[in-house]
Design a protein around this ligand. Sequence first.
Ligand SMILES: NC(=O)c1ccc[n+]([C@@H]2O[C@H](COP(=O)([O-])OP(=O)(O)OC[C@H]3O[C@@H](n4cnc5c(N)ncnc54)[C@H](OP(=O)(O)O)[C@@H]3O)[C@@H](O)[C@H]2O)c1
Length: 274
Amino acid sequence: MASAFYNPIGTTALITGASSGLGVGYAHELAQRGADLVLVARRQARLESLAVDLAEKYGTVSTVIPLDLTAADAVPELVRDLRERMITIGTLVNNAGFATFGTVLDSNEAREREQVALNVQALTALTHALLPDLVETASLHPHAAALINLASTAAFQPVPYMAVYGATKAYVLSYTEAVSYETRASGLKVTAICPGPVDTEFFEVAQTGSGKKGTPLTVDAVMRASFSALDRSVMPSVVLVGARNAILARFASIYPRRAVLNAVGRLNTPRGTR
Ligand SMILES: NC(=O)c1ccc[n+]([C@@H]2O[C@H](COP(=O)([O-])OP(=O)(O)OC[C@H]3O[C@@H](n4cnc5c(N)ncnc54)[C@H](OP(=O)(O)O)[C@@H]3O)[C@@H](O)[C@H]2O)c1
């Protein structure tokens, strides 16, 4: 039975990519549950207007930190800023991320490096820097601390035409499951959230051209799946969002790798390409 088992009231949650899509969803859910927030992304005006909205709706205290997380010293700078403000993080949502679409042959190498810098390096550095805070919060306030990393159904198999994205999300999934094992005795809730396509700005940013395939998930559906998992006494280290996506991910683990690669390649082939 689901109960409000995850209770971050009185603690602070940091959300990366809080200016849009799923990040805004996590901000509302965490604020509603009584957490103070640290909102991080590049678009400052959006973060500030979200902070005002959350203060009006839930009385939330938000700290807005505009930052490009792909910059070399972004994470140390962010952590220094938190220390100066004497903020301890009880929940970390590593949500900022983006994809590129197209062949590796035609890709922009700088943009691909940026993708790895955000989806992999910033997530790893921030987790490493804040894990002591999270574990300490878990020991002081049982059921109040969580590490939520945004992976994807793209994590379960190679994704032609989104090669770097699929690889970054495979990393996030593997890394998060390993951290969840290592911290299992601490009380920290650690999970990789794996949605299929969600209706956000993601596809515009990725410039898929063909748009979203099928009916995308809503941000609300991803929030329901995330928080019902957080509310379980034994937190699953992987949350697949949507029954169809869960089945497809299961297929990817039992079917021959070559067959899965061919099927995903066909599905993802840009229009007009053979
Ligand atoms: N939408 C989907 O179909 C889908 C499916 C599975 C998983 N996901 C994952 O879910 C997460 C959130 O995606 P979304 O769908 O909400 O996409 P979105 O609406 O495009 O939001 C992406 C967020 O990342 C932030 N961001 C991008 N580059 C950044 C940078 N260099 N530094 C700091 N922040 C940066 C953006 O803020 P600024 O532009 O203001 O910096 C924005 O807040 C991503 O990790 C994505 O891979 C999405």
